[in-house]
Structures are given as C-alpha cells and as structure tokens.
Design a protein around this ligand. Sequence first.
Ligand SMILES: O=c1ccn([C@@H]2O[C@H](COP(=O)(O)OP(=O)(O)O[C@H]3O[C@H](CO)[C@@H](O)[C@H](O)[C@H]3O)[C@@H](O)[C@H]2O)c(=O)[nH]1
Ligand SMILES: [Mn+2]
Length: 626
Amino acid sequence: MGYEDELPIVDVFICTADPLIEPPSIVINTALSVMAYDYPSEKLAVYLSDDGGSELTFYALLEAARFSRHWIPFCKKHHVEPRSPAVYFAETTVSGDGDDDEWSMVKRLYDEMENLIEEAVKLGRVPEEIKEQHGGFSEWRSGANSRDHQSIVQILIDGRDPKSVDIEGSQLPTLVYMAREKRPNHPHNFKAGAMNALIRVSSAISDGAIILNVDCDMYSNSSKSVRDVMCFFMDEEKGHEIAYVQFPQKFNNVTKNDIYGSSMITTYEVDFPGIDGNGGPLYIGTGCFHRRESLCGKKFNDSPKVELKRGLNMSPNDNALNLQERLKVLASCTYEANTQWGNEVGLKYGCPVEDVITGLSIQCRGWKSVYYNPKRDGFLGIAPTTLAQVILQHKRWSEGDLQIFLSSVSIIDNLIPTGCNFQVSSAWCIPFAYAFIAKYANSVFESLQSGDTIRGWWNETRITLIKRTTSYLFATIDTTLKLSGIDNSSFAITSKVTDPEASERYESELIEFGGSFSPSFAILAILTLHHLACLVFGLKSVVFGGGVGGFEPFLMQLIMCGVLVGLNMPVYEGMFLRKDKGAMPGSVTLTSIVLVVMILRRRLRDMKTGELRALTIMNGFRKLFK
Ligand SMILES: O=c1ccn([C@@H]2O[C@H](COP(=O)(O)OP(=O)(O)O[C@H]3O[C@H](CO)[C@@H](O)[C@H](O)[C@H]3O)[C@@H](O)[C@H]2O)c(=O)[nH]1
Ligand SMILES: [Mn+2]
C-alpha cells in the first residue's frame, strides 16, 4: 500500500472576511466540503482565517465541527457528491442507495444547524447560553471588533487527539479557527496577509507539505480534488519541480445566457499576457495547491527533492498551553512585521491580485505549475450577481493587472476602446470598425464552438464593453493615483449575498442597475445614450440628407453605432422602460440625458423641428434646454 502511506499532509486554508457579505453558513459549507475529502483524515487539517474577527463565524464553525461527526461518515459511506451539505441536500431528495432514514436524519441535523446559525446572524450576536458552552467565546469578551483585536486561534478539532472521532469511531480531520491580530495602525494586507498568518500558524500545528487555498464561497465540488492533485506532486519524474496546481475558477450560479459573462473569467486568467513559459498558469487563486517551500520564498534549486513527507508531530514535551501561546504569537502583527512576511517570504503584499504576483514570483524562482481542469469541476464558487459587483470586481483585478504589466502599451490598450466610443462620429474610427467586425465574427464562432448560446456570446460582448469603459477606466485612474502616491490600493470584497428580489432578477437575466447614483453607471448611461443619439442623427442624415450614396465611411459608423445600440438594449430598457427596483436610478438617467444633450447641443439646434417630431424624448429635452 505504498501510495496511500506516502500521501503528504494537506493543510486547507479557507479565507473569509465579513460575516455580512460572506454569510457564515456559506463559509462552513466550504469547510465541510473539504473536511469530507476522500483523503486520510489524519493527513488533513482545515484552517479558517476570519478577517471579520466575528464570533458569528466562530460559532458557525463550532457547529460545523459538531455536524462533521455525522456528515463525514455519511459522505464516505454513501459516496456523496458534492460534499457541501447545502448543495447536496438542495440537489437530492433521497439518498442514492435508498437509505432514506439516514439521509433524512443527516438532513434534519443539517437544517437544525443552519437554523441556529441563521438565527444568530439575524440576532447579530451569539446567544449567551450558547457562549457558555465553549471557552473560545471569551476571546470576544473584551469587545473585539474586526479592525482592532488580539490574535485568536482555536483548535476546534485536534486530529492528533484519539478522542477526536466521528459517530462511527473514525478519526476526524483537524479543524482550526484563526482571526489574526488586527490593529488600526498596522496594515493587514487583506487576503495575502491572512494567508501568510495561516502559513505561520499551521506550521506549528500540522505543517503539511501541501497547502490548498479556497475562498470561503468556493466549495469543493469533487471529493477527489485533493487526491487527484497528488498525482502531479508525487509524480516520480516531474513532481518535485511543481510548485502549484491551479484549478479554473468556476461558479455554480451562472445563468443560462451568463448575463455578466462570469464564465469568461477562466479564459481571462489563463490567457494572462505574461511570460508563461512553463505552460502552467501564473496566478494562484482559488482552488490551488502549492508546496509550502515554494510559497515561503525558496528557489526551486535550493529545495530538497523529497520533502513531501514532512508534517509536524508536536514534540512530546510541548504542552497545550505552550502551543496556545506560540500560536497567538504567530498570528500577531509584531511577528508579521519583524519577520518581513510579504517582502521576503509568503504571499506578496501591495497588489490587489496577490495571487497573480505570488504565482509570478514562484515561477521566477524556477518552479513550474500545472493547470488542472478535470471533467467534474474541482471547485465551484459564487459569481457576482449585480452589475455594480461585477464592475467593482473587475476594477480590482484590472487594477492589479495594470500594476503588474504597466507599460505604455497596456495603457493605450485600455484607452482606445473608451476613446473610440466617445468619438464614434469621427472618421478616425473606421479601421476600428473593420477590426471590430472581424474580431466579433471570430469570437461568435469560438463561443458557439465551445457550446455557449448566441445570447451568451452577445451578453459576453456587452459586459466586455461595459468593463472597458468602467472597470478598466477607474482602475487606470486609481493606479495612476497610487503610483503618484496619492492613493493606496485596497481590496473590495465581492459580496456573496444579494437580496431575494435582486436574486430573482438575476435568475431571469435582468441586469441589475439598481441602487443609488454611481459614476460607473453614469459613464455607461452617457456612452450608450450618446450611441443612440449618434444613430438617430446618422439615420436622419441618410433619410433627409443625400441618402446612402457617397457616404461609405459614414455608413460604417452607422453600422457600428447600430451594433452598439443593439448591444446596449438592456441599458436603454433599464433607463426608460423598466419599473422594477433593478432599473437604472433616475438620477443616473437624468444626468446622462443632460450631459448628452449638452454634448450634442449644436447639432440639436441645427435640426429642423419637423425632422425631430418622431423622436419625442430628444424633442422634449431640446425644448427644455433652449
Ligand atoms: O481583507 C481581506 C479581503 C478578502 N479576503 C478573502 O479573499 C477572498 C477573495 O475575495 P473576494 O472578494 O471573493 O474576491 P474575488 O474577486 O472573488 O477573488 C478572486 O480574486 C482575488 C484577487 O483579487 C483572489 O485572491 C481570489 O482567490 C480570487 O478568487 C475571500 O475569501 C475573502 O474572504 C480576506 O481574507 N481578507
Ligand atoms: Mn470571490
């Protein structure tokens, strides 16, 4: 049984940062999905980093630890897939092999647990009678809040303790809660900072050679994910060269025609325009494994060839109290500052796409990576479900990418489409129009070939245009500010919850513009309205002017304008037709009308009233501004 014995210890790192936008019930489902891996439990340790420093998340994990005693043996016995209980129970009505009693019993336990957690979340705190049951809650007695608190490390299940067994008597995996120390005057470096604290804390508990990192919403969709990956790391010839294995980022809430182009993300990350000489991905985002060595700054050549067997067995005279103290120090700000994490070791700081720069730096130190896209998706997360979230997420990413690949070329790349949209009525755009058509003809072909719907392609094209004029523009501005020292980069966490009404609109593929005034939406509204006006003026010239003949260059513009208007139909609907809460805020619509009328004032004035009669909206505003 060589292979089974050789399997290395795996430390799973889950990051969460805010119990309100990353609900604890989502977080623990991710935890349970990895705790129930088809992998020897004594070689599995799961760590949750809670940057929200929330007793609610701690409580949820405590409940999950209790529930795992039923869930893990149930999964193993009935070959459950996927092993996120929420997803599994939503997808099945009875157990696959007909053992309904057990299925119902475990489901009831799950529902009870979910209710308890959700009640506490609604209440905003953990009820006193529950707090009395676990000493860990005392950490919150001193009024810890998410920005200012001491380090909290609680081993909820100690895998080395023979008493840590499930209801069938089998060993449970180790489970640890960590909220690293946070102080207002000490930069915490977002997810990268959390990951580095996890690296330090875990090295004193299980010290697995392999680390798996998942975001709190990225549950494991396959019980074999970890085992599969070992085939790469344990490969006799090439295994020792590999630093990380990256899964594509996929989501379980993408609608049929993917209105926000979420599935594009996979390609976006894999096609990263880097010097990816090894055929593997550069980034190490969700669902990735890395060798602890490679993460901690070691060069490939300096690493011993066989080091997968490591893993810490606490020295016998190390008592529990000692360990607690040591863990707290490892999760503290001072330790972090004194040992140059993010500078010399660990995940890199100062860039909002820490995964990309860290992946890059690992590759620069001589390691290789693998891109692994198994038939059954390894991990599934929650894609943003409102336009504002999509724009914000892509702003963060492109801000990060821009910081990395900042060169005149990438800046020009980002501005051309924006500028072009503004100048759609100038002849300068004709070459662009040709490129535009050729490019889209090609991309529709590719999309259909890979099994997308035509509407999916259409949506993808729209969201790309929207991102160009909003996310990329703001990212460019912010990056410039940052480079000139005016602004600091931040990490806006993507919300994993949407209110039920907005969710319904997402399900029916209505774009969500709702909310208050937003500069991104204003830009979007101005541009699209401008396209519409240009189209109207263009058509007018064709009808009332000399007709199509002699206007060949002009015709190209007209076609392009037509395409843009067609593409942006949902935006006009959001501005003028929709009455639901997801419609474009009135303030945005009004601002854009005012601005577009101002931009086109002269042309409006030149028009004869008769010609405009059909165009009621424009006409009304012409009068308004005369
Ligand atoms: O201060 C922070 C901020 C975020 N996070 C966690 O980081 C993860 C990613 O944040 P999210 O808001 O979900 O961002 P996404 O854009 O969905 O994340 C993608 O992009 C990030 C880089 O921008 C990568 O780190 C992620 O792995 C990748 O999934 C989540 O688990 C957060 O809880 C923290 O732990 N601390
Ligand atoms: Mn996310």
